[in-house]
Design a protein around this ligand. Structure first.
Ligand code: ZN
Length: 313
């Protein structure tokens, strides 16, 4: 237990016997954490990283460690860093919620290829304007370099859609353990699914939970429903959490996420009531409790998203 195995694009951490967190290494094409779960008679991976190369490495690791073939690959949500390795699992069953599959099917790779260059140039321009050198470096290393890598890789992506979908809940019963997939509707993304191992008290949270990392409040998500999902998750018997971004943690991570969302929403509402402009809001220092979290550039995006939402309401 707790053994760590080193790979090019991730580190594997065994959190229970036969249950591994695949924690990404920066800039190696993985980008969002994944997991390997030995169900006994069957083998499952949770999320497929951001590239076929990293996904291939994950598959080889899973099959070598267990001596089994991957039977199921899950997509927690639509974002690239959790789905763009799908093609490596084409011969297995790829599973997601119905909404996540619909969202994935809307991705137009040719359009992405055309848009990504100008989009990255815009991010680089944004980074150049950052006054804090540490945050600027973080932005390059944690986001821009991953996106450059993805852009260079887009020609090798063969978008592969899930073959099995479900709506609220799906249980996979193995001979060693059961894996429960629960989808919560819009939260961080249009629909977020977690994987829960009730016999092991382990949660693979996807991007509903990040650890010491600013979570992205996407304009097409729903922070209110996200809070509700987190409250439901808090009622589950959980000891170990594998987040979508950041390190393995315990149930404290659920409460950190709940307070992050409440505090940032409160900040935007209060400064809106005080008549602050977006520029004034962005100039304020990051909320103290989250000041040392990675992904400080995401904090700025979150403020913009919430400010625009607040203006509309
Ligand atoms: Zn995400």
């Amino acid at each position: 237990m707790n053994a760590e195995l080193d790979y090019k694009s991730f580190t594997l951490k065994e959190v229970r016997k036969g249950v591994y967190a695949a924690l990404i290494k920066k800039g190696q094409g993985a980008w969002g954490n994944a997991g390997i779960i030995d169900l006994g008679d069957e083998l499952l991976v949770f999320d497929t990283f951001a590239s076929p190369q990293a996904a291939q490495e994950l598959r080889i690791a899973a099959e070598t460690l267990t001596g089994k073939q991957v039977r199921y690959a899950i997509n927690s949500h639509v974002h690239f860093d959790h789905t763009f390795g799908n093609q490596i699992f084409r011969d297995a069953h790829i599973i997601s919620s119905t909404t996540t599959r619909n969202e994935l099917s809307k991705i137009n790779l040719m359009e992405l290829i055309n848009q990504f260059g100008p989009y990255i140039a815009q991010l680089e321009e944004q980074a150049e304007k950052m006054s804090d050198p540490i945050k600027k470096q973080e932005f390059f290393e944690e986001d821009i370099s991953e996106k450059i890598r993805l852009k260079d890789n887009l020609h090798h992506i063969d978008l592969t859609l899930p073959s099995i979908t479900f709506n609220r809940k799906l249980s996979l019963h193995g001979t060693k353990r059961t894996a429960e997939l629960i989808s919560f509707g819009p939260g961080h993304s249009p629909d977020d699914t977690i994987l829960y191992l009730p016999e092991d008290y382990v949660l693979f949270a996807g991007d509903l939970i990040s650890v010491n990392f600013h979570p992205l409040l996407a304009p097409n998500g729903d922070y209110h429903n996200w809070q509700k999902a987190l409250m439901t998750i808090a009622d589950l018997d959980i000891e170990t959490i594998v987040p979508g971004h950041g390190n393995v943690s315990d149930r404290e991570a659920i409460h950190s996420m709940i307070s992050y969302i409440s505090e940032i929403v409160d900040l935007v509402i209060t400064s809106g009531e005080g008549g602050s402009s977006l520029e004034e809001l962005l100039k304020k220092p990051i909320l103290e409790a989250f000041n040392d979290w990675h992904g400080s550039y995401v904090y700025e995006w979150n403020l913009k998203t919430l400010f625009n939402l607040n203006k509309k309401n």
